[in-house]
Design a protein around this ligand. Sequence first.
Ligand SMILES: [Zn+2]
Length: 440
Amino acid sequence: MKAYRASLLWFAPHSEGPVRALFEEDGLLVVGPNAAGNQVVQAIGSYRDVVGRYPGMAVEHFPGRIIAPGFVDMHIHYPQTNVIGSPAEGLLPWLENYTFPEEKRFAAPDYSAQAATFFIAELLRNGVTTALTFATSHAESVNALFAEAQAQHMRLITGLCLMDRNAPADLLNRASNDGLVNATEQSLRDTEALIQRWHGKGRLGYAITPRFAPTCTDAQLRGAGDLAKQYPDVWIQSHVAENKDEITWARELFPQSRSYLATYDDFGLMRQRAVYAHCIHFDDADRALMRDTGTAAAISPTSNLFLGSGFFDYASADRVGFQYGLASDVGGGTSFSPFRTMLGAYCVGREGKTKQGLSLQPQHLWWQHTAGAARALGLEGVVGNLLPGCEADFVVLNPKATPLLARKTALATNLDELLFSMIVLGDDRLVERTVVSQAI
Ligand SMILES: [Zn+2]
């Protein structure tokens, strides 16, 4: 057992009505093993109330600091770390000149391993303790990332990228070495083998990962849907409705489906633990399909602003009522920092020309990247919060990390003002330390 004394930020258990953040100026967070031997939150509250229940316990004190839940990134591409900030004339040249050449390098285990080491260190440095991430179409890239996440005790979900058409030949899934099994069938066999090797091992989870419908044949999507049914607790991740050209293309390839989104449903790829990045250009039937299947959206604001893709419609999402959370979408996204992503989400919310504009509340923005994202992933009560029983993943924030942050946060008269100062002015400098739950 160990305790941490600092200001504490966490969230009230989910209920109908507005998101409610809880804040304790002088708080105590007590961490200790659960029955399975994993470090979880044992108690949280004011220092005065909690300390007497644990006599003689070691207490680490962080004066002037805020302990908050580790951030949850619902969509990121680990092979695109080097692609971030690459100049290009839109999505297609960006893919051809930067993304595809980089992703090809992940066929080599050594290249994948060093990229995985950097990627996970960079997430943790930015305070991200849970991530749902793409790998490449090479099993080597998946194995390297899982191995590094396991070594760092990080909660991480990834999977083999399924793409058996409409991409450069050396990025497509490959046939078996003896040529007897075609690429589509081999990609599904590899997916199943990787599920069995990694899913549920410690803090790791597998995600069935069609890149997006246009790069997958009907047979591959059907096979992915079959696996999703066979393994109901693995995740599904893909992209949908990011930009208009992509939608036109998807509609041409799958004309029998009601919409681009419905294509995934038609192949059995919408259910709880299915997560689709972007979800911008939806109609209400799409939104109802998200809600009725328990599928979640990974909103990727810095990527959508960078590529000019459009603006996620929060008002319509809430009116229909489907689940969502925030994502960096690096390398289309422009930062690993959850603070940049939350600020991007605020700007996206404000936009009022293409949809209803609104001002997302600071507590709600923070929730979207922690407890809300965890809930959307089916990990409510596991990560993204510091309620008793949650895995002890947290960040230690220094609200005086820069001169401007110090000046501004000192002026805060309530929790919303404090949180919004950090959302607008914050980046990796705010994150003094990241702690992930360890097995005993
Ligand atoms: Zn993406």
